[in-house]
Design a protein around this ligand. Sequence first.
Ligand code: PHE
Length: 343
Amino acid sequence: MNERLANIKQEILDGIEKRANSRAEAFELRKQFLDSKVGAIGQLMKEMRNIAPEERAAFGKNVNELKEWATAKFQELDELMKKRELEKRYASEKIDVTMPAEQIKNGNLHPITQMRNQLIDVFSGMGFDIYEGTEIENDYYNFTALNTPKDHPARDMQDTFYLSPEFLLRTQTSAGQIHVMEKRKPPIKILSPGRVFRSDDDATHSPMFHQMEGLVVDKKITLCDLKGMLDMFVQKIYGEGTTTRLRPSYFPFTEPSVEVDVSCFECGGKGCKLCKGTGWIEILGAGIVNKKVLENCGIDSEEYSGLAFGIGIERTAMLKYGINNIKTLFESDVRVLDQINDN
Ligand code: PHE
């Protein structure tokens, strides 16, 4: 019998050496010897009754000793396997903190969107609401109601994409002025950003571009209010110390009409390449809303007056970011777009 005990002990030692390469295998091996039902050591206990009574006590003691020894051995084995598995995991999860980090590429808003947002920020700070009109307009809103009836020569200023004799792609956000004045009573103070379309294509013109219309209608609105607002706008966008200058111009829907120049923010007015030596850069068209336009919308032009301005978003952005071809803004070249992050 003692020989059997010795064999079992040897089998355990062999098993540990050859068959236990993981915690799971060690567990299976343990079961083979120590499981209360099928384990080899448990089986020995069941054979007690076949042993001669005088040897029974000694046999029982030996079996118990073997069981304790095996239990300790498997415990030790399990600890060892646990340690090895951890080591393996640590090795496989090792991080080399000296490796160069992977570059994370963050996108940014398109320059036109950035400029649009900046303009909206400036003017909403002055109390302007946003009104977004539609890109398809009819002839009345885009021209006739803006005091530009059919055959008016000023229609030539904006080469129009007609969709039908009646409908067209709006050539100016000014069309939104009429919608707003038809629907709301003064005081009105709206800003209307959006796409406009003209059949025009060169380094500074694109068939599709963006404008931002401003309209204020209230009692006693004058050119001084316009100048005050525009000065504030150019200072916020082009830096403190920038001023504006108004030059007489012509738009059918404003009277008087002005062309607005900004003092050159590149040279401070001394004259440089950007301002072509003049110290001034033309930035937008504006004026006092023509009485006829107010009347077309049912607003009493004796009681109320208005001011309007139309800012070209591309032009404002090109000047600010030093872009000299408008196409650059539509080519989506990330090497360019990456450099313009003004938010
Ligand atoms: N709508 C004019 C244009 O597109 C700009 C403008 C707007 C002029 C408002 C005066 C008043 O050229």
